[in-house]
Design a protein around this ligand. Structure first.
Ligand code: HEM
Length: 346
């Protein structure tokens, strides 16, 4: 199926009561909702910063910067860092702590502003829940010493779990932002108008590709192409599992990208027969185009990453764009779940 507009009739499941795509905010958010939306937007941006800074911790090998102590640093609650690794790890702890307080505060504010029964309340609880899991996984990394030069399978597994939970947290923050900006929405269609296979399938694809990416990133950190002290300590001819798994992510990413581009095409199908064909492109088509552009750019970044042997700044850029692809995917499918840009029966 081509990803561009098609004239084939939409499946019956898409023929819901029409919703005017361009008039989705007809019931204007109140001042309190607008302020709350600004809060969730800030929460999302700040959390993205914390996530990217987490990659700095890994790349600089600073995960053990506070010793095997959590939540204290070297056993002290107010520790004055002596080493750069300690300063980096401490900054990550403080900023991630602030993002947690921020999300808890926003959840409380959502319960004050949004009436019972509206989905924003549940979404905000989910965001707080994923934030708690995020802190527990971070604590597990430190307390189980899965940091620094630890190259165990346990570390690879926990890093992959960490990244997938980060994605769940970002998704929850995007859903919160979406919902508080549309106070009239009483529910979301979690069956995605019969296209749930594409919505969830694409999300799962991104999660698997990104989890594999986290393992590749760990391999590139511990065993960069140029070689490290760990390399020197290895017996001759011994191939580490991180070396073996390094190539899995690029292969999965290429297969996953095809699925994502295909899935983006399904987003446009449901609005391809809008009543007003002269109207500018609808919101789903815009989202689909954004997804395709970001996926293509991410593949380009991945190739550059390999070409340059994954320097730190490139790893952070690649991680940032992985998040942008993810956010665009969630944003695109939220349009379907909210009936924005629905297929209009003529
Ligand atoms: C939709 C496509 C892609 C997504 C969503 C994606 C996502 C990711 C993620 C989340 C990481 C882990 C980053 C970190 O924890 O720091 C990663 C790492 C990596 N990816 Fe991708 N990736 C994609 C495509 C590709 C492609 C096509 C290639 C190569 C041809 C590639 C090469 C790499 C490499 C070498 C790393 C390890 C170094 C680093 O962390 O940047 N990626 N990717």
């Amino acid at each position: 199926m081509p990803w561009g507009p098609s004239l084939a009739p939409a499946p019956p499941s898409c023929q819901k009561p029409p919703v005017d795509a361009d008039n989705e905010t007809s019931s204007k958010p109140s001042e309190a909702h607008s302020r709350l939306a600004r809060g969730w937007l800030f929460g999302l941006i700040f959390t993205l910063f914390v996530i990217l800074f987490g990659a700095v911790v890994r790349i600089t090998g600073s995960g053990a910067g506070c010793g095997q102590h959590w939540p204290s640093c070297h056993g002290e609650l107010a520790h004055l860092p002596q080493k750069i690794e300690t300063a980096i790890e401490l900054t990550h702890r403080v900023t991630s702590g602030l993002s947690m307080v921020l999300v808890f505060g926003l959840t409380a504010a959502t319960f004050r502003v949004v009436s019972a029964g509206y989905p924003a309340r549940r979404a905000s609880l989910a965001a707080s829940g994923f934030m708690i899991v995020e802190a527990l996984v971070g604590a597990a990394l430190v307390l189980l010493e899965l940091v620094g030069e630890n190259d165990s399978k346990a570390r690879a597994v926990v890093m992959a779990i960490h990244l997938v939970n980060t994605m769940a947290l970002v998704a929850a923050l995007v859903v919160c932002l979406w919902l508080v900006r549309r106070p009239q929405l009483r529910s979301l269609d979690w069956k995605f108008a019969g296209l749930s296979g594409w919505a969830y399938g694409g999300a799962a694809t991104l999660a698997v590709v990104s989890a594999a990416g986290a393992v590749t990133a760990l391999g590139d950190t511990l065993y960069p192409v140029v070689g490290t002290t760990l390399d020197a300590a290895r017996p001759e001819g011994d191939v580490h599992f991180l070396d073996l798994l390094r190539g899995v992510h690029p292969v999965l990413a290429v297969i996953g990208s095809v699925i994502l581009v295909w899935g983006a095409g399904r987003l446009t199908d449901a609005e391809s027969q809008r009543a007003d064909r002269e109207a500018p492109i609808g919101p789903r088509t815009r989202a689909a185009r954004l997804i395709v552009a970001l996926v293509v750019f991410q593949i380009f970044l991945g190739l550059v990453n390999i070409g340059l042997s994954a320097p730190g700044w490139m790893q952070i850029t690649h991680l940032a764009f992985a998040n942008f692809v993810w956010i665009a995917w969630i944003w695109g499918w939220l349009q379907v779940a909210s009936g924005v840009g629905d297929w209009v029966k003529e």
